[in-house]
Each structure stands twice: as structure tokens, then as C-alpha cells.
Write a protein that binds this ligand. Structure first.
Ligand SMILES: [Zn+2]
Length: 552
């Protein structure tokens, strides 16, 4: 039977292949006709092809819906380059954290920037944060009225992730009122309930959370489903958990749309080595999940959860975001279409992605002279921290530091305050490292050699942001992040720099999986246990300052 528009109206026909029906869980022989960026006809080759202006033969291959990332972050590469990397591997829609833009973009430019990025062939749909993930003053940027104006935009998918879930359970009036307001507007509320017990997950669901991506064991995934939360199963550089998490999942959970897959923002080196959602699909299938069940978790389920009626399945009237696969067991596409246009072939982009103007979006770093004296002062009486894994830390009492402990400082990007401490476990040997990779994009400085540390900081300030390592006066690594959080360089260069940095750190004694995440999380106020914040050295578990920040 022929569905769709009359003959002659088809711009492009994909013939000779099969289509995956993610609703029915079946594959059938059919051609797809595309007109005006939309799936216009589905039928036999004879019905669809004759009047098409262009025909692509996909004989023996299977057409599936473009993949949808339900919870992403952009790291190091700029959003346009990130979009290209996702498109190459078949992800055509991504719900992505807007926090870096909310913190670094001038408020009067924010809405325009998010809107223009949402118009790329890889569709960004933004997660609007309800609070920053560092204590630094942010004033107007996180007021309810400001946030509401953002989440009501068509390019806003949901609010979150809400990292301060403990405050929500404690009834924090600011957070509770924002969550309620978002729910009244029909918005989903993405949680970050790392470590929450079943009882507390129930409390969070009652407070308005609708989903969570922080399960790290099968039991935690089950707890989230039982508490009524939509559950995103994560697989990333520091949390390669998918095979274990899948043991908690029944077919029912998938078919009722309660489960999806997320990469939760891996850095470029990981994406360029493994791929993106195509890789997660391959891991899921390799773990024994039926390919069509896995496919549903990155297509129909996220589309339905976020209320996107135009994507997530192959049907007449849907947007023509499509992947052509060799077969269902090989989820890396040989051809990717976005809005009915071929955008990638054999993992190479075939269409340029327009970049917005980055003018006036380059934040600066202010380093007052007094900082350098503070960085070189001894810290014998200060408490500190030890890395337990990539992101979790524990306290170390003053005087209990081995000689190779690193000095670590968080410096306000505006040059107003500094928090200093010592850290064990990041590296055995490191001259000086300075970076704007931190939860609030303030400046982290680490190292053992005061001259190298001040050198690295000076170089970083000249670049406006980035990642710099100096050893004995020599610049051994440098990646400018001109946009504060993001580089203006092409994807391949950033991924290569990311790999070189990882190697350098592993050679310096870093023993975990991903040093970029460690830098990002040394300052994150919502994971145990000890963090560097604008208030000072912060004990997350007991919610108290161990050593206050100093004004400069
Ligand atoms: Zn996340």
C-alpha cells in the first residue's frame, strides 16, 4: 500500500532497502520518498522511485530513524564541531546541557545563540539549568523569570539536570519553586540523583523530577524505574556501565518508553575513538539486547519522552532524519540524512555546518598580581583532598600530605577570590597546569613547581581560557579554549589535543580513566566529598567550609 503525497512531489527516494519500524519492532522491505525535508511517501520502489528527482540505491541495507541523545554535554570542542561529530555517527537530535552558555554568554545574547545552534542539521534541544553547579554568584542569570523565558522557547527540551537533589528533598524554596513552575509549563525535569536511595528517589519524583541518568548499578536502575522515573542508561569514558545496567531492564520497560541510552557528555577523544550513540547501540546489542529494542531506546523513547512529535520513527509526515545501516547489528551508519539531505557518508561530513558568529562571546580571565604571591605561599596548615576515582574525593588532614602532593587552587575568573588546597592522586609529577575546565569555568591551577604554575596561569590568561601544562619553564601542552569552555579549532585537532593531554597525564602518574572529567569535577559542589568552591574548600557531605576562600 502506498502512503503519502501524490507522484512527482518526491525530491529524493531511498530505494532497494528495508525500513525499521520501531513501534512495531519489525523490519520490512520499503522505499522512502522525501519531499520538503519530510518523509513524504513509504511504499514499494515502483511506487516511490519513478517520479523522484533523485534516487539513492540502498539495496540490502536498512533505514532507521536518526538517533536521539537524551542527555548530553559539550566538552572542549565548540558546539558546531560537536554537532558534526554526532552527525557523522548518526545522532541527529541531542538534548544538551546549556550551562556553559548560561554562565559565559552575555545575557542579552544567550537566547539568540541557543536558537541559532538549534537550527543546525544536528538539532540541539537545550536543557535549561535551574542553578549553577558551583556556588559563585550568578545573580540575574538563574532567576525564575529569566529561566522561564528560556524554557518556554521551542528549542528548550527540558529543565535540569538538577544536581542539588539533596536541597530539593530539604525543601529549598528557590529550587522547589523553579521545579514547580517548569512542571506547570509541561516541562520535563531531568535529575542528577547520584547515589540516592529508593526512598529518596520516590521523594524526588514527588518533588517533580521525571528522569535520571545517574544509575551506576542494575539495582539503581531498577530503583529509578520503581520510583516512577524515566531511566537513562549511561555508558561513557568514566562510567562504562551499560552491560551491567541492561541486566535490570525488561522488554516491558523499553516498550513503555521508560528506558533510553545516554553517553552523558564524553570528551572528544572518547567520541573520536568509539563513536557516539552508534557505539552505545553496538555495546547494547553485544550485551544481548535485540537490535530493535536497543534502537527504540535512542529513537522513539526519547522522542516521546520529550514530546518531539516530528522525529523518532519512520512514518509519513515525520522529519527525514534517517540513518542507513549495513544491517541492524551494525549501528554505525554508512549514510546519514538530516532534514532530507545527505549530511554524512561513511562517517565523513558531506555538508558544511554553518557556525554562528563567535564575536563578543569570548570571555576574559583576570589575574591580579597578588595571585602569584598566594600561589607560591606554603600550605602546611590546610586540609586537602585525595582522589578515590576520576570524580570522587575524600578528605586529607593537614600535615598528612606526602611530599609529591600537588598544590591546587581555584581562582575566580574575575580575579576576586582564590581557594587553595593540596590534592593527592591527580599526578605524581606535574610542574604547573592551568585551565578553565571547571564547574563554573573559573580557573584551576595545579602543580608542584610554583614557577611552572604561575607560568601556566599567565599563558592561560593570555589565551582567555584553555588548558596549559608547563614543565621546567617549557610549554609542554596548550589547548586554547577561546570561548571559555570551547575551542574554535576543528574537531580532529581538539580530539587529538585531548588524546595528547590524556597521555601526558597518564605519564605523569594519573591513574584513572579520564583526567578531563577529574578537572571538571574537582570544583563540582554536588558529589562527595571535598571540593574547591568560591566559598572555600567545601565538605559536600557535611555541608561546611573547611578553609574559606580568600579575597585577592
Ligand atoms: Zn550529565
Amino acid at each position: 500500500m502506498l502512503d503519502g503525497v501524490p507522484p512527482g512531489a518526491v525530491d529524493l527516494a531511498l530505494t532497494g532497502g528495508s525500513i525499521a519500524d520501531v513501534r512495531a519492532g519489525s523490519v520490512r522491505r520499503a522505499a522512502v520518498g522525501i519531499a520538503d525535508r519530510t518523509i513524504a511517501r513509504i511504499g514499494s520502489d515502483d511506487e516511490v522511485a519513478p517520479h523522484a528527482r533523485q534516487v539513492i540505491d540502498v539495496s540490502g541495507r536498512v533505514i532507521v530513524p536518526g538517533y536521539i541523545e537524551p542527555h548530553g554535554h559539550i566538552l572542549l570542542a565548540n558546539p558546531v564541531e560537536f554537532a558534526g561529530a554526532l552527525l557523522r555517527t548518526g545522532t541527529t537530535t541531542a538534548i544538551v546541557d546549556a550551562l556553559p552558555f548560561m554562565l559565559l554568554t552575555p545575557p542579552d545574547r544567550l537566547s539568540d545563540l541557543l536558537a541559532s545552534l538549534s537550527g543546525l542539521p544536528m538539532k540541539f534541544r537545550w536543557l535549561i539549568r535551574l542553578e549553577p553547579q558551583s556556588f559563585a554568584e550568578t545573580g540575574e542569570r538563574f532567576r525564575l523569570e529569566t529561566l522561564r523565558a528560556l524554557w518556554r522557547q521551542p528549542w528548550a527540551a527540558a529543565v535540569g539536570e538538577v544536581t542539588r537533589w539533596v536541597d530539593v528533598l530539604d525543601g529549598d524554596p528557590d529550587l522547589v519553586s523553579k521545579i514547580l513552575a517548569a512542571r506547570e509549563d509541561g516541562k520535563r525535569v531531568e535529575g542528577h540523583a547520584a547515589g540516592a536511595s529508593y526512598e529518596r528517589l520516590v521523594g524526588l519524583a514527588a518533588a517533580g523530577f521525571t528522569s535520571c541518568h545517574e544509575a551506576v548499578t542494575a539495582q539503581e536502575a531498577r530503583d529509578r524505574l520503581r520510583a516512577g522515573l524515566i531511566t537513562m542508561l549511561r555508558h561513557s569514558s568514566i562510567r562504562p556501565d551499560l552491560p551491567g545496567l541492561l541486566t535490570a531492564i525488561t522488554r516491558d520497560d523499553i516498550e513503555t518508553g521508560r528506558v533510553m541510552l545516554t553517553a552523558d557528555g564524553p570528551p572528544p577523544a572518547f567520541i573520536s575513538e568509539h563513536g557516539y550513540l552508534d557505539y552505545l547501540l553496538a555495546v547494547a546489542i553485544h550485551s544481548g539486547l535485540a537490535p530493535l529494542d536497543a534502537l527504540r531506546m535512542v529513537t522513539l523513547n526519547p522522542a516521546q519522552y520529550y514530546g518531539f512529535r516530528d522525529v523518532g520513527e519512520i512514518a509519513v509526515g515525520k522529519r527525514a532524519d534517517l540513518n542507513v545501516l549495513p544491517d541492524l547489528h551494525h549501528p554505525t551508519p554508512s549514510l546519514v540524512l538530516a532534514d532530507g539531505t545527505v549530511v554524512a557518508k561513511d562517517q565523513r561530513l558531506t555538508a558544511p555546518l554553518p557556525a554562528p558568529s563567535w564575536d563578543q562571546l569570548r570571555p576574559s580571565v583576570t589575574v591580579p598580581q597578588g595571585v602569584f604571591d598566594l600561589l607560591t605561599a606554603p600550605l602546611d596548615a590546610t586540609a586537602g583532598l585525595r582522589l578515590v576515582n576520576d570524580v570522587i574525593t575524600e578528605p586529607v588532614a593537614p600535615g598528612e600530605f606526602p611530599p609529591h602532593a600537588l598544590h591546587v587552587a581555584l581562582l575566580d575568573r574575575g580575579g576576586q577570590w582564590i581557594t587553595q588546597s593540596k590534592v593527592i592522586g591527580f599526578a605524581d609529577k606535574l610542574g604547573g597546569l592551568a585551565t578553565t575546565i571547571s564547574s563554573g569555568f573559573d580557573v584551576l591551577v595545579l602543580g608542584q613547581n610554583p614557577t611552572d604554575m604561575t607560568d601556566a596561569l599567565r599563558r592561560l590568561a593570555r589565551m582567555g581560557g584553555g588548558l596549559v601544562v608547563v614543565e621546567r619553564g617549557r610549554d609542554v601542552f596548550s589547548l586554547p579554549l577561546e570561548l571559555g569552555a570551547f575551542s574554535l579549532r576543528p574537531w580532529a585537532e581538539v580530539a587529538d589535543a585531548n588524546r595528547r593531554f590524556n597521555t601526558l597525564l597518564h605519564e605523569s602518574g594519573y591513574r584513572f580513566a579520564d583526567p578531563i572529567f577529574t578537572l571538571l569535577f574537582l570544583t563540582f559542589d554536588s558529589l562527595p566529598w571535598i571540593r574547591l568552591t568560591s566559598r572555600g574548600l567545601w565538605d559536600v557531605r557535611h555541608r561546611r567550609v573547611l578553609a574559606p576562600a580568600q579575597p585577592i
